[in-house]
Design a binder for this molecule. Sequence first.
Ligand code: ACO
Length: 393
Amino acid sequence: MPDTAQVTTSTDGRVSADAPPGLEGVVVAHTQIGDVRGLEGFYHYRQYDAIELNRRRSLEDVWHLFFRGHLPDRAERDAFTREIAEHRVLPGDLTPFLGQVAATDPFDPMTALRTAISFTAQRSGFRSWLDISPEQLYDNAMQISAQTPVLLAALYRLHSGQEPVPPDPDLSAAANYLYMLSGQRPDAQRVWALERYLVSTIDHGFNSSTFTARVIASTGADIGSAVTGAIGALSGPLHGGAPSRVLEMLDDIGSPDRAEAWVRAAVGRGDRIMGFGHRVYKGKDPRSALLREVADTVGGPTAEFAMAVEDTIVRVLAEEKPGRALNANVEFYAGVVMDACGIPRELFTPTFASSRVIGWCAHVLEQVSGNRLIRPSARYDGEAPPQPVPPAD
Ligand code: ACO
């Protein structure tokens, strides 16, 4: 593959372009949902600075912004909050199925969530958006976004031998998630910290899982398929699978004075340092800066340790990989914040999915509003065809 896009004429005379590896820098859609300006360390949700929005608004308000296109006033907020609460209620006969998924050995919550969402979409009769009204598709999007954390908490509790805790309609999204996991009313600081994390990860430009969701939606598939595929894309360590690995790395480093030698040895082996580097941000990742503040507020030994080693890791990476601008990304403090909120490590990546699902669904709604099938090409560079087919032995 070439390093830069090249416009060429193909054999049928049509003009085409070779995109760079990883589609880096290639514009593949127009969107009004948000964007990332990597060099400025800035990202936005619609017309608002995502960090400022996060400091000033609730998850529900931001969800409204994504789905309805504007921030709600008081009456809209109350109506939308009721709508979310109604959509959180799982179809009645789902528990035996969730129990079976939760009993699978080995239990991987992200795989279990993917399976549960696929089943829930089928059980709820989700169909191709070409065969339903825009109102029905919006309703499907609300249901899948509202039920993702409910399914995740139920799977986790069933796997731990506990009964699922039904959502409480009087609790916010962040409070409900902690409540459904533990069965205890969460304290306000944990709810605040988790909500900051969840809001920070709802959307982030044309990342791999969002692109996946839009590709699937562009075929006319139901929104359950789009979300299921997006979860698969998010599960990879190069995308959403890093935060638990960050805590494993911190455990392994053990103490701040060991950080430098640990990172040099890891980079020397060709390993990637989890929670560092980003395709788009070559300066600071603003989500990481926000979550560092949150970690600092919540405190605790893991937060203190992470803050103590961040600068060392950045310095060593700059020396070992000069010119790559490898800074802490969102995942470095994500694990630290979730840990401080009492979320078990194995739930870090699926918890990421539980907020990103709002972004995926908003993108699906946007995709279908002006759909064109996403169907790129690949340049064949294998053995020249047609070769004679050898006779069978
Ligand atoms: N540790 C060590 N070296 C790194 C790291 C890292 N974390 N990230 C990039 N590099 C190096 C690569 O080895 C490569 O070096 P080389 O030129 O000597 O071969 C160079 O920097 C460029 O790497 P690419 O893979 O081309 O950069 P890309 O933009 O594709 O990478 C990515 C982005 C995948 C996030 C990468 O930085 C990485 O693997 N980070 C670790 C995993 C991680 O934190 N993932 C979460 C990302 S945030 C999110 O998706 C929500």
